[in-house]
Every structure is written in structure tokens, then in C-alpha cells.
Design a protein around this ligand. Sequence first.
Ligand code: GLV
Ligand code: MN
Ligand code: MN
Length: 412
Amino acid sequence: MLAISAERLQSRIAALARFGGLPGGGVTRMCWSAPHEEARAWLLAEIKAAGLTPWVDTAGNVFGGLGLTAFDTARPAVLTGSHIDTVPEGGILDGALGVLAGLECLQTIRAAGQTPGKPLGVVAWSDEEGRYGSLFGSRAFCGRLDVAAIPTMAAVDGERLVDAMRRAGFDALRAPEARAPAGAVDAYVELHIEQGARLEEAGVPIGVVDTIVGVRRARVVFHGQADHAGTTPMERRRDAFLAAADYALKARELVVTRGGPRAVTNFGVVHVHPGASNIVPGRAELVHEMRDPDGGVLERLARECAALAEDVARARAIRVEVRPMSATTPAPCASRVQAAIEAACETLGHPRQHLYSAAGHDAQNLAAVCDAGMVFIPSRGGRSHRVDEMSDAAAIERGANVLLHTLLRLAT
Ligand code: GLV
Ligand code: MN
Ligand code: MN
């Protein structure tokens, strides 16, 4: 039975981990940064060396084709992939696994002299992690970019997307040209680490994803009054940070009590201005993220949180602005792709479990244009978005072989 080379895959995982690698392990490789662009060049060279056709589109998505040199409605392709950007101080497998396993699968199929009925492609989507806009590359490819917003899209540190992309040799205004012709993709399947502990705790080696959560992010900015932190009596202060803290605690309660059973929320970015110990904070900015597999629930939670922010601000005699930053759509995975993954597991003798994805993935954009699905492997201790994110070598090999046999089915 056809099988991938686990050794070659592991050696590529180790090689990619060196771009943006951190001294204590893990990696910081944000999209369009120097380490990311070096990783892109390395990946293109690997794609070429594997005998595939390499190219990069105007949104910065990297492709490797097997019988595929451009997207064509007349010959719909089967795609696999993930992303090579990471969160700050992230792990070496989030995204990298899906790209490198996809490359390994196509190289294996090519070396075996197999010519599947449909063209095959591996892809590394741009800025999956959302430094400038979540799932940017796959949004562009699937025609879901808010084109008018491109000139003002910016990272939380204020850097504009147009500047970051220009530095990397891209014109952000041309990103929408990356849109694939309708019907040019037949199916998409992505291998990823679970990033949670369900598979490990159940002792099940393979996850078949049935739904992917939606993620909404908003910048919540409280405008209070800067004052001397020693001389201003406590009752006269209009402290923007305390309003933000009050909001964070109440919004958490709101999401937990009024959201669906799987709703979660997070405040991962907090800025206090001017940011000195002897000044009462005049302005406080939060990035408020919430997730739910039900788009309707997310929509309602966002409305209720905006009203809550107003209530908190009013009670403290300060002003608040809620600016939506990004919203991804929850997506069901196609039953045809789930069935192909199941059949691959059956062929290989692996038990599997259906589960939803609590992390966002490019597959949810692809689901809008083709049959899309995902394969998960267990994450050690459920750890992810941290430097010690890892999966066992045997789990990686199993996952890549399930991907291989899923691709062969989908492409036949
Ligand atoms: C992707 O990593 C996410 O934040 O869900
Ligand atoms: Mn991630
Ligand atoms: Mn990822």
C-alpha cells in the first residue's frame, strides 16, 4: 500500500521550524515578516525539488501543482494544505504540518508514477493567523475579501497590511486577483493538529472534523481622562483601564451564560495609554475575541457585548467605541470529504472520531467554494499556540498517510 516517507516529512518539519525559531523552542514567524519570507523561499525550493510546479499568487499564497499549473474550471483540482505563518511564540506544527504533509503526499504520489484523474495541488495560505486579517489568503482565493478594507487593514501594533506586503514584495491592492475561477476546485482537505485534548483523552488517533467554529474579533476602546495618579482623588477619576477590566469580566460572564455550550471568549491584546505608572489611564484598548460553531449565536453575542460595553462606559462616565475587526463564518465540512477520510482510515485500520474544530482554519473559506474537510491528529496535552506544542511522530505519520489515501480517493 502506498505510504509517505515519515523521515522526509520529519526532516522538513525540522527545517521549516528553523525560520523564526526561538532559542527555547517554538517559533515566531508572522506573515510577511523576514523569517516568513525566508520560509516561503525555502518552501518554493522544496516544492520544485519534489518535482511539483511552484507558484505564488497575488495574495501571497504558495502553490505546488501535480498536473496543475493554474486554476481552470474545465479541470477542477483537489487541493490540500494549510499555512506557514505562526502566532507569536507559537509551535512548530500549527499550519506547518498540513503544508509539509501535503507536499509529502504529492511527492509520494508522483514518485509512485500514479496519475490521479484530477489535478492535485498543495497550498500554504497567507496570514492564516490573522496578524492583518484572519484567513487572509484563503479569503482572497475564495473571493471573500472585503476589498474596500484592504488599504486600512492593520496589525494590533498599527502596521498596515499594504506596508507589510510591500516590504515582502507584494501589492496588497492586487490580492483580490488571487480569486480562483468558480468551480476550479473540486475538493479541499487539510491535515492539522487538533490543538485541544479531546483525541488524546479519548485515545483515538484520527479526528474527522464535521464543523469549524466562527471567530469574531472587535477592538473595544474606552476613552476616559488622563490625570495625575497621585493628586487626583479616587472618586474623580475616569480610569479607562478599570472600565476595560470591568467590561472584560462582564463580557466573559455574558458569553459563558448566554452563548451556546461551546462558546468561548478571550482578551489577548490589552493596550493602556499613555502607559505610565503615575498617570491614570486615559485610554484602554482591548481586542475582544469570541467563538461559537453557530453563526447566529455569535451574531447575537456580538450585539449583546456591544450593548454591555456602552453600559459599562456610561456607568463610569466615559466613552467607548466598538470597532469590528474580523468575522469568520462557521462552516460544516462536506460529507463527501468526511466519507473519504473515513474510508482512508478504514483502509489503514485507524479508529477515528468525529469532532468539531474549536480553532479557525482556511478550510472554512474553502467550504464556501468546494467540498472541504479536515483531518486532525492528537496534540500532546492539548497544547497549542505555545512553544511546546507537539504531536507524537507516530501520530504525524498516521495523519499524513490518512491524508494521502484521502487525496487519492478524492482525486480518483
Ligand atoms: C487559529 O489558529 C485560530 O486562532 O483559531
Ligand atoms: Mn494557529
Ligand atoms: Mn493552524
